[in-house]
Design a protein around this ligand. Structure first.
Ligand code: SF4
Length: 352
């Protein structure tokens, strides 16, 4: 038996054990898998999707007692915030975090909020937080009258806020924030970036007063790897190629692409493309590879190879361990007061 066959055999055994345990637990267990998970993990899930779809799924079935979230920590946290009191949420690897979410902490945010509201007044601004953030940040947002958003509903969240206030403080992803603001017609000169290392975030009182959108300076290292040069190269090598990218990419990349949207949007875009199409995609590589396997009659290309190591931390071994220790291992817990305010922000988003 060669090394490949041995790996296949080990994987098959792990998959069988996970499936057996899933059958034993029946409807009591729900396994959710994000689009960026490895293909063998997605195949074992009850639902796959983007974070918005999965947030909704996690709240729907009251018969479920155990939710195992195959994704990164903030996603499992959102499920735990929205879970019914009898439901327990677990993640196969507690260390599966998110670089972007780590670019913002509660103390920095409170300071920035105070600086901004001292200049413009509390009633002029609402916070919007990308779900890629920890529960404390979501709670801050809920407490201050704002809401969460995902990449599939950020435009709606911005419009919701601008009907109620004249400015938005968006965190932590500056690229999603900028791309969203531009897509709903806010001019570039009304958008500023807040760098917490600098006094007034690197802005002046005038620029803060003049701004409509203030963006935290965070970004996703997976999506900022895509550059204009990759688009030029793929267009040069592939006649009639369509380029679709995620809105966490830089503005220049988004503007040069043929389409932009969340992972849910990208999945639909590929599915609906005519047979024989060539599509180059700018997002996480595991998702692109899976889209290629699911759409063999189309040519699916990565714009560039970019993997999220945190998403990749979930594997068959730690999923099996979690499922064997259901309700006990790697349980997501959140203090009640934080949960309450974070839930307010998440529930507003689900009503959009
Ligand atoms: S792809 Fe980017 S935003 Fe998504 S989990 Fe990975 S680091 Fe975070």
């Amino acid at each position: 038996m060669n090394q490949h066959d041995q790996i296949d055999e080990i994987q098959a055994e792990l998959i069988q054990k996970i499936q057996n345990r899933k059958s034993e637990l029946g409807k009591k267990l729900l396994v959710l898998t994000h689009h960026y998970q490895r293909k063998e993990i997605v195949a074992l899930g009850d639902y796959k999707g983007d974070s918005f779809t999965l947030s909704k799924k996690s709240t729907e079935d009251v018969n479920v007692t155990y939710i195992i979230f195959c994704g990164v920590h903030f996603m499992a946290e959102s499920a735990a915030i929205l879970a019914k009191p009898h439901q327990i949420v677990q993640i196969p690897d507690m260390e599966a975090g998110c670089w972007m979410a780590d670019m913002l902490d509660h103390v920095q945010l409170s300071r920035a909020w105070e600086d901004v509201t001292n200049i413009i007044g509390l009633d002029q601004i609402l916070p919007v937080v990308y779900v890629n953030s920890d529960a404390y940040i979501k709670a801050f947002c809920g407490h201050h009258g704002g809401l969460t958003c995902t990449s599939s509903n950020a435009g709606n969240a911005f419009e919701w806020c601008l009907e109620r206030a004249s400015k938005i403080f968006f965190f932590p992803d500056q690229h999603l924030g900028r791309n969203t603001a531009l897509s709903i017609g806010i001019p570039e000169e009304k958008i500023i970036v807040w760098n917490p290392e600098k006094p007034l975030g690197g802005n002046t009182k005038d620029s803060i007063q003049n701004a409509k959108i203030i963006l935290w300076h965070g970004y996703c290292l997976v999506h900022t790897r895509f550059k204009i040069a990759h688009i030029e190269q793929v267009r040069k090598n592939n006649k009639d190629v369509k380029v679709v990218v995620h809105p966490e990419c830089e503005k220049e990349v988004v503007q040069a692409a043929d389409a932009v949207g969340s992972t849910g949007f990208i999945e639909k875009y590929v599915k609906q493309a005519p047979v024989g199409s060539t599509i180059a995609i700018g997002t996480e590589i595991n998702f692109i590879n899976r889209l290629g396997l699911e759409n063999p009659e189309k040519k699916i290309l990565p714009l560039h190879h970019s993997l999220c190591p945190n998403m990749y931390k979930i594997n068959l071994e730690n999923l099996l361990k979690t499922i064997e220790n259901v309700g006990v291992m790697n349980v997501i817990t959140i203090p009640d007061d934080i949960k309450k305010n974070a839930k307010t922000a998440l529930e507003k988003m689900l009503l959009l």
